[in-house]
Design a protein around this ligand. Structure first.
Ligand code: ZN
Length: 133
């Protein structure tokens, strides 16, 4: 498996609109627009930072994964995403090594990327996303 870089850090927020005040207004990051991923009940907004990005995540429904996360832990870092060369191969390798996968198969994420999540039980409590662009 080849990890190319940290693609983005996902941050769960109550409101992208309100959070923009800090990330764009105070830090001066550029807001690249938002996108809703219906299957995940989430709206995402990306702010490029060098070779990586900050991804803000706002739930579109009270039972979505981001809403549940905020309910349990409050707003904050929700996942770290590594960009890999070949996501199918990476998942196969991790599975063989006994890592618990949330997604056995890659699915479509924001920005046309293919993504898959690893289970925090296998990753020191960090929700890890793999993505291929
Ligand atoms: Zn993400």
């Amino acid at each position: 498996m080849k990890i190319l870089k940290i693609n983005h850090i996902g941050i769960a927020v109550n409101s992208i609109e309100e959070s923009k005040n800090f990330w764009e207004g105070i830090l001066g990051l550029s807001f690249e627009g938002s996108e809703t991923v219906e299957e995940q009940k989430v709206t995402t907004a990306f702010f490029p930072v060098g070779e990586s990005e900050v991804e803000l995540l706002e739930s579109t429904a009270p039972d979505g994964p981001v809403a549940k996360y905020i309910e349990k832990k409050g707003q904050g870092i929700q996942h770290v995403a590594f960009q890999v060369e070949n996501i199918e191969a990476a998942l196969a390798e991790l599975k063989e090594k006994g890592i618990r996968l949330i997604d056995e198969k890659p699915r479509k994420g924001a920005g046309g990327a293919m993504i898959a999540f690893l289970h925090p039980k296998s990753t020191n409590g960090v929700l890890v996303e793999l993505c291929e662009k």
